[in-house]
Design a protein around this ligand. Structure first.
Ligand code: 2HG
Ligand code: ZN
Length: 479
């Protein structure tokens, strides 16, 4: 049985970690106790802040000895409460923030070894410093940490070209629940030596062990980008455009982000300084980006010609090409600030779904109809990474509903029914209720409901084999 840590256990942890290595005062621990979306408010007797892998191992050994539950914690940007301790006040928070070194970079081999507490932005900078790039790209990249990106198998805006975090990993260093260090920190592109154990920890949200470092793939830098914002009729037209762009430009398409008119309007209304390339009444937009390789500078011209031909043929309503780095940034600023705009517009009901791309239009049509019945007047802000089949299918209350009002509460009370309708349809169409944000604490019930029972049983067996006492991030992913 797990229980509240004894005074002896806490004293031992303090002695092990020293003053810099732990936090216990309520003012100091507060920032580790509330998740990014303010869904959960936890408690902890101690935040451990080890500075290297040996210290992480010693902490986990000590926690094993005293049978303490451990909640790994990175940049605290989870959308599902994955890094927040529960309300019992018994769980130790293990922050990786002091493991923030880039241990090695090899531009020729195309590899970089980073510790878990490095921010994503610092890993991108380390790659840039040797004229390479680490392609994972997220709105929260200045804050989120590599350990969290690995543990949640993060996605973002360049997945259609480079894959999710899992696809960018060559090796891992992991501390197991009993404190043993699993050293799989290899930089090999070929390594067929039995089971690929690192895959177990990628996307496991800290429920099987603690990732302390990773060997990552880095890529050559493009000479430039060709970036455009285009106006389309609807999501079906956007999907058709993706097909034509791929026919013309192949894998050089790196970004393909869809914004329905309602998302564009929210950004214009709530984010100061947001660019307005088109009238606020456009039905839908796509942000398209191609990477221009150094040897193909004329590609930018080809892209412009392609867009012109599309507009002339009437397959696109309009197109605006970024003519400078600043304009490109302005387009991305608009896209990246949609979540903030929606938060500023008040309460929302969020979903992070993925579908086979061929079924996206059907999903939007059928869910729009169902939601008009379930939540009349609510605004569907279904935007995101269309190139990956991933929509953030979020609802905002009808326009004019004030924060804290009875109407807002009535809207939020619809969440269970709305989410059931959305996730049921996603399941029917062969999609996923958790595309890139993970399961955390928020979607444990959904995993039980929608996952194949054989897969669920295997997950439980893996969990039991690695963490038989259920001490690693309890209550996350699996019950
Ligand atoms: C994005 O793509 C993020 O902007 C956030 O994944 C999505 O707020 C959301 O629902
Ligand atoms: Zn996203």
């Amino acid at each position: 049985m797990r229980g509240a840590p004894s005074a002896a256990a806490l004293t031992a942890l303090r002695a092990l970690l020293g003053a810099e290595g732990c936090r216990t005062d309520s003012a100091d621990v507060a920032r580790y106790l509330q998740d990014h979306r303010h869904l959960y408010q936890g408690l902890t007797p101690l935040v451990a802040r080890p500075a290297d892998v040996a210290a992480v191992s010693a902490v986990l050994r000590l926690c094993a000895e005293h049978r303490l539950a451990v909640v790994p914690h990175g940049g605290n940007t989870s959308y599902c409460g994955g890094a927040t301790p529960d309300e019992s006040g018994t769980q130790i928070v293990l922050s990786l923030e002091r493991l923030n070194r880039v241990r090695a970079v090899d531009p020729t081999g195309g590899t970089l070894i980073a510790e878990a507490g490095c921010t994503l932005a610092s890993v991108q900078s380390a790659a840039q410093a040797v004229r390479r790039r680490f392609p994972l790209s997220l709105g929260s990249e200045g804050t989120c940490q590599i350990g969290g990106n690995l543990s949640t198998n993060a996605g973002g805006t360049s997945v259609l070209r480079f894959g999710m975090m899992r696809d960018l990993v060559l090796g891992l260093e992991v501390v197991l629940p009993d404190g043993q260090v699993l050293d799989q920190l290899r930089v090999l592109r070929k390594d067929n030596t039995g089971y690929d154990l690192k895959q177990l920890f990628l996307g496991a949200e800290g429920t099987l062990g603690v990732i302390t470092a990773a060997a990552l793939k880095i890529y050559s830098q493009p000479a430039d980008y060709a970036t455009a914002m285009v106006v389309v009729d609807d999501i079906g037209a956007a999907v058709a455009l993706l097909g034509r762009i791929r026919d013309a430009f192949g894998d050089l398409v790196e970004g393909f982000e869809y914004l329905p008119g309602a998302a564009y309007q929210l950004a214009l209304e709530h984010v100061p300084g947001v660019a307005a390339p088109f009238d606020a009444t456009v039905p839908a937009l796509v942000l398209v980006e191609l990477a221009i390789p150094p040897a193909l500078p004329e590609l930018a011209i080809r892209f412009e010609e392609f867009l012109q031909a599309e507009v002339e043929a009437g397959t696109l309503r309009d197109a605006a090409l970024a003519h400078s780095g600043r304009q490109r940034e302005a387009f991305w600023f608009l896209r990246e600030h949609v979540p903030q705009a929606q938060t500023r517009a008040g309460a929302s009901i969020k979903h992070d779904v993925s579908l086979p791309i061929a079924r996206l239009a059907e999903f939007v049509a059928r869910s729009t109809e169902a939601l008009a019945r379930l939540a009349p007047g609510a605004r569907i802000i279904g935007y995101g990474h269309l190139g990956d089949g991933n929509l953030h299918y979020n609802l905002s209350p009808p326009p004019g509903v004030a924060a804290g009002s009875a109407e807002e509460s009535a809207f939020l009370a619809l969440k269970p029914a709305v989410t059931r309708a959305v996730h049921d349809l996603v399941a029917e169409l062969g999609g996923s209720f958790s595309a890139e944000h993970g399961v955390g604490r928020l979607k444990v019930d959904e995993l039980e409901r929608y996952e194949d029972p054989v897969a669920l049983q295997l997950m439980r067996r893996v969990k039991h084999a690695l963490d038989p006492e259920g001490r690693m991030n309890p209550g996350k992913v699996l019950r």
